[in-house]
Write a protein that binds this ligand. Structure first.
Ligand code: SAM
Length: 261
């Protein structure tokens, strides 16, 4: 048997568990994520817990023990859907942790996104109603993730947020790999400002340095602007950062120009 010297890389695999699969399918047709799916760098399968119900109404929730508002997602359909997703992952040779999207989870940031991009795949569990029965959490979930300190009505948008952020880091997803390398948070700073044609718009001119063709000067300007943006909008990011020599120089320049005033 002959083997290709360069076998095609295996696509990154997402298994998403949701009782609203149509929501996911619509959104995943567009943009960078949709293109990666079409080009085969990504693969997405949706597993609907309702398919694992036995009653006529395909019930996936019930009232909480102890009373109180809202409904809780039932253990059995969720465990069955997780089992189905795990079997699909195993069939592809993908070892994928089960991640539950929940406001009580670890807060998603770019470092976590990078970590997830190193996995061959992820199983994402979206809750609805008041959330899921604790026994699903305890017996089948490896990790809990939050997209921020606010409450949404379902885990689908958080799951899409995570999938989109991971997809951007996968080789070949973005047309230009440098786009991903230069974005906000990737090296702990916010992004610098961007300009495109025309040179004059809304009564303002593009900074002259960007028209100079001097790439060293452009890079220096961009780093300085990234430091300025970070200082003004997210000073906490600078507090935890070990600054390089050029960054210290640029910050001194910015302060001399009145940034800290
Ligand atoms: N009772 C839950 C609480 O107070 O923590 C909130 C449940 S919420 C209405 C329903 C579902 O939306 C959750 O099970 C979770 O999957 C998802 N969700 C809501 N906010 C989220 C967030 N900030 N991050 C991740 N998932 C979230």
């Amino acid at each position: 048997m002959t083997e290709s010297a360069h076998p095609a890389p295996r696509p990154y695999w997402f298994g998403l568990i949701s009782i609203m699969p149509a929501l996911i399918e619509q959104i995943s047709e567009y943009g960078v994520f949709g293109r990666a799916l079409k080009q085969g760098g990504l693969d997405l399968e949706v597993f609907d817990p309702r398919r694992h119900t036995v009653d006529r109404h395909q019930t996936v929730d019930d009232r909480p023990y102890g009373g109180g508002p809202g409904m809780v997602m039932l253990t059995e359909p969720l465990l069955a859907a997780i089992g189905e997703a795990r079997a699909a992952a195993a069939g592809r040779g993908v070892d994928a942790p089960v991640v539950y999207l929940t406001p009580t989870g670890e807060r998603l940031d770019q470092d976590l996104v990078k970590e997830f991009a190193q996995c061959p795949g992820l199983i994402l569990l979206s809750g609805r109603y008041e959330g899921i029965d604790e026994r699903v959490l305890v017996t089948a979930v490896d990790r809990e993730l939050s997209v921020g300190d606010y409450v949404l009505s379902g885990g689908e948008l958080p799951a899409l947020t995570l999938m989109d952020a991971v997809a951007r880091l996968l080789p070949g997803t973005l047309g230009n790999a440098a786009s991903a390398e230069e974005e906000s948070h990737l090296d702990g700073l916010l992004d610098y400002p961007h300009y495109t044609r025309p040179e004059n718009a809304a009564g303002r001119h593009v900074p002259q340095v960007l028209l100079s063709g001097d790439h060293a000067a452009i890079n220096r300007w961009r780093l300085k602007q990234a430091l300025k943006e970070t200082w003004l909008k997210r000073p906490d990011l600078l507090a935890g950062r070990e600054l390089g020599k050029e960054e210290r120089e640029l910050l001194r320049e910015l302060f001399a120009e009145g940034l800290g005033a």
